[in-house]
Design a protein around this ligand. Structure first.
Ligand code: ACK
Length: 290
């Protein structure tokens, strides 16, 4: 529940219902490096409960107050989300180090999986299934009025070959009830190649700018982990998009899927499909065979 964890003005947690004592975690191997610290595999053994495998996302011991606020706001937002296509936050450990305890998503990021095991991801089955699951998780976020702002193959995790989950809510924002977009006040580190024109031009983010990023994510999937716009810098990619060009159809990508990508990359946000529509498009694809 969204109210079970909240943050004071000074960045402290004010209710502690979802706090996990650090000594109930047995840390294991490092899974990778996140933006603010390491991600480790761990076992969480709560009293009188069956121990479970988790991923512990830590905040560097040397962090700024701003880092800590962002970290806690990501945790707070994730705590309110419950969907099979979204990585579940189990709780927060106050440490030190401050850590998010998440469900373990064993196969890691979709991007790494596609690069390492392309043969295990058939376009007719896995890629469409993952595309559908991501659309369905995003539809849930759209309903809840959350804008993700960092949808990309690196931020989709695979629980199995049959289950993709959206993660990394570090840039996500709740839309206020009277607005259909979020206006970012500062640039920070932005994944420009995934961003819609209104985002890189005016700093506005909406469900429709997430749809643009979804199109780029689809492109990464059907390209088996290629870099969008290759070695181009962000500014060069912007010029490509502004001139009316779009990422090319990946080799062997079915025309109807490329058509979905192009729809997501309509210059005007209103012309792009909603996640509700995208979810239906992939759900109604009967040919889950290859
Ligand atoms: O591709 P990966 O193994 O998947 O490398 C990155 C790394 O941590 C830094 O983000 C992995 N990771 C992040 N969250 C989780 C999680 N909940 N379960 C498993 N691996 C995770 C990610």
């Amino acid at each position: 529940n969204y109210n079970e964890i909240s943050i004071n003005a000074d960045g402290q947690l004010s209710t502690l219902q979802e706090v996990i004592p650090f000594n109930e975690l047995t840390l294991g191997a490092v899974l990778g490096e996140g933006e603010f610290g390491s991600v480790l595999r761990a076992v969480y053994a709560a009293p009188d409960k069956v121990p479970i495998q988790v991923a512990v996302k830590t905040l560097h011991v040397q962090h700024t107050d701003a880092n800590k606020r962002e970290f806690l706001s990501e945790a707070k937002l994730m705590m309110s989300l419950q969907h099979r296509c979204i990585v579940r936050l189990i709780g927060v450990s106050l440490g030190p180090p401050l850590a998010m305890v998440q469900e373990l998503v064993p196969l890691g990021s979709l991007l790494n999986y596609l690069l390492r095991h392309p043969e295990k991801a058939s376009p007719g089955y896995e890629l469409r299934l993952w595309a559908w699951q991501v659309a369905s998780g995003m539809r849930y976020l759209e309903r809840r009025r959350f804008v993700h702002r960092d949808l990309a193959a690196r931020n989709i995790l695979l629980a199995s070959r049959h289950q993709a989950k959206i993660s990394d809510f570090g840039l996500s924002r709740a839309l206020s009830t009277d607005s259909s977009y979020y206006k970012a006040s500062r640039g920070g580190k932005w994944p420009i190649k995934w961003y819609a024109p209104e985002s890189y031009n005016y700093g506005t983010f909406s469900h429709k700018s997430d749809v643009w990023s979804y199109g780029v994510t689809l492109w990464e999937m059907f390209s088996y982990g290629k870099q969008p716009y290759g070695e181009m810098r962000g500014i060069e990619a912007i010029q490509v998009v502004e001139s009316g060009q779009r990422l090319e159809r990946p080799e062997n990508c079915p025309d109807e899927i490329y058509k979905v990508m192009l729809d997501c990359w309509a210059y005007s946000p209103d012309q792009r499909p909603t996640f509700g529509k995208l979810d239906d498009v992939f759900a109604h694809h009967p040919d889950y065979v290859n």
